[in-house]
Design a protein around this ligand. Structure first.
Ligand code: 2NL
Length: 345
């Protein structure tokens, strides 16, 4: 029996040394040390031995078992190390290879223009205000001095959801709501960007959904000169210090007096070209002093408080600034168009 055990030990050790994989090694472990293995078998036969022989055989069997286990463990370590080295060799990384370029996206040109305008006004102490796109007739029209049946409502052919609810046709309702929230107190300095909707047939310069940015200042002693100074700073920061501005009389139901602002055409230097339609001037935005009716409806004493407001279309600003010839480019998401506005740094 002793010999049988020694034989087993040698046999196992030889196989362990020859084994070439972790799987093979594990098979050897199961074969020799497992419950159905020969050593267990030997131990099971010990019942037949005498009381003197039994501890000697038991000790030997355990020795053999231990020797095999130690050998397996050492071999396993060796195989594992070899596997790691093999992996390191085959998966070697060449750190001198140039990296793969990372695709960086960019902001949509309209987003860029809007954020640029927001930043400009934030720099002058304005806050950005937002409001619902599905709006009540009251805030969209009535609170802005456009009562039901007012002819100017026709200029903003609207998407009505019910008699009293529609998709906002401008961002002015955000200003009307802000004024109402201030409960007759000033000052207010806000800039309101957002999507607006009008029933229009889409073409190169019209879209049924577009963006607007409006501004509103309400306080004591706010005058037309404040409006003019503010708009001049805006125009020069947006289009360049070399631009002149010009205010022309106009009409909006929510402002009185009302103006439209032009900037001098840079392309022809004022001589007249196709961009400025031979006038030397390009229309940028509409503005005016807030109509007393609008102030009163929002809860202000129009004898004490005055204000100015202005509104512009970021699409138009972007088209002029970047030379885009069709408003639909902003909405069709053609990456060949959008990629032209990436800012490489
Ligand atoms: C344009 C003209 C304008 C306003 C918007 C406004 C808002 C309130 C009160 C008074 Cl709450 N006015 N907004 C005023 C004048 C012009 O927009 O041509 N937009 C594209």
């Amino acid at each position: 029996m002793q010999e049988r055990l020694k034989e087993l030990q040698e046999e196992a050790i030889q196989k362990i040394e020859q084994s070439a994989s972790l799987k093979e090694l594990n098979d050897i472990r199961v074969a020799y040390l497992g419950k159905k293995g020969p050593i267990t078998e030997v131990l099971r036969g010990m019942g037949k031995l005498s009381a003197e022989e039994r501890p000697v055989m038991g000790a030997l069997a355990n020795e053999v078992r231990e020797a095999i286990a130690v050998k397996i463990e050492a071999k396993q370590k060796g195989l594992e190390e070899a596997a790691v080295l093999e992996k390191l060799a085959t998966e070697r990384i060449d750190v001198t290879l140039p990296g793969r370029p990372v695709k960086v996206g960019n902001h949509h040109p309209l987003t860029r223009i809007i954020e640029e305008i927001e930043d400009l006004f934030i720099g002058m102490g304005y806050q950005v205000a937002e409001g619902p796109e599905v709006e009540q007739d009251y805030y969209n029209f009535e609170a802005l001095n456009l009562p039901k049946g007012h002819p100017a409502r026709d200029m903003q052919d609207s998407f009505y959801i019910t008699e009293e609810i529609l998709l906002r046709t401008h961002t002015s309702p955000v200003q009307a709501r802000t004024m109402e929230k201030h409960e007759g107190k000033g000052p207010i300095k806000i800039i309101c960007p957002g999507k607006v909707y009008r029933r229009d047939n889409d073409d190169a310069t019209h879209s049924h959904q577009f963006m607007q940015i409006e501004g509103l200042v309400v306080g004591e002693n706010i005058r037309m000169s404040d409006l003019k100074g503010t708009l001049e700073v805006f125009a020069k920061k947006m289009f360049g210090d070399d631009r002149e501005i010009r205010l022309r009389p106009s009409f909006f139901p929510f402002t009185e007096p009302s103006v439209e602002m032009d900037i001098s055409c840079k392309i022809c230097g004022g001589k007249g070209c196709s961009v400025c339609k031979q006038t030397g001037w390009i229309e940028i935005l509409g503005a005016g002093m807030v109509h007393p009716n609008v102030l009163e409806m929002a809860g202000y004493d129009s004898k004490k408080y005055t204000g100015f407001a202005f509104g512009m279309g970021p699409e138009r600003i972007a088209m002029l600034k970047y030379g885009v010839d069709d408003i639909r480019h902003f909405y069709t998401n053609d990456v060949r168009f959008l990629k032209q506005f990436s800012v490489e740094e």
